[in-house]
Design a protein around this ligand. Structure first.
Ligand code: ZN
Length: 166
């Protein structure tokens, strides 16, 4: 399309670059909040979006760690609410964290694929594929994300840790 530019965060070709990309995400957010059938995909979609735009959503070490570990939870822990909860508890405290270097490659799929979904079922599928693609792009930082979740689990997930040992 005439005037399309590349979003510096996710690489999407879109009118208005980063601002255009943010506008697409804002529309998706509104859809998620106004249509219950879309709501289940919210966490996964938001964390995927944030990890493709860490300049804006992962400025502090804490916010970066939050979205990276939550994306890990969404993919590797089947979005277990208990794991999201211990991540939140862990980050509510004073956490000594070092933010890893930003990656340049953040996946080939973008918010545009998700935006093009024609119904809720397709939306869910596309969010899943998008988030998996972003998670793959973060392979260098996957071990770190798992370590952080293990740490959070040791600190705040007694039941969970012991039930796993059984
Ligand atoms: Zn973008």
């Amino acid at each position: 399309m005439l005037g399309e530019e590349r979003c510096a965060g996710c690489g999407a070709m879109i009118l208005g670059a980063e601002l255009g990309c943010q506008a697409v995400w804002d529309e998706i957010s509104i859809m998620i909040y106004t249509h219950p059938a879309y709501a289940a995909s919210h966490d996964l979609a938001f964390d995927a979006y944030c990890m493709q735009h860490p300049e804006k959503y992962g400025r502090s070490a804490k916010s970066y760690a939050a979205h990276l570990t939550r994306l890990c939870c969404g993919i590797e822990y089947q979005a277990d609410p208990g794991v999201y909860a211990i991540i939140r508890q862990w980050l509510d405290g004073k956490v000594p964290l070092e933010k890893p270097a930003l990656l340049r490659e953040r996946g080939q799929l973008t918010v545009l694929e998700v935006y093009a979904a024609s119904d809720a079922a397709e939306f869910r599928q596309r969010v899943q594929a998008w988030a998996e693609n972003v998670w793959q792009a973060y392979h260098e930082q996957q071990a770190l994300a798992r370590q952080w979740i293990e740490l959070a689990s040791l600190l705040y997930g007694q039941n969970r840790v012991s039930s796993r040992r059984r």
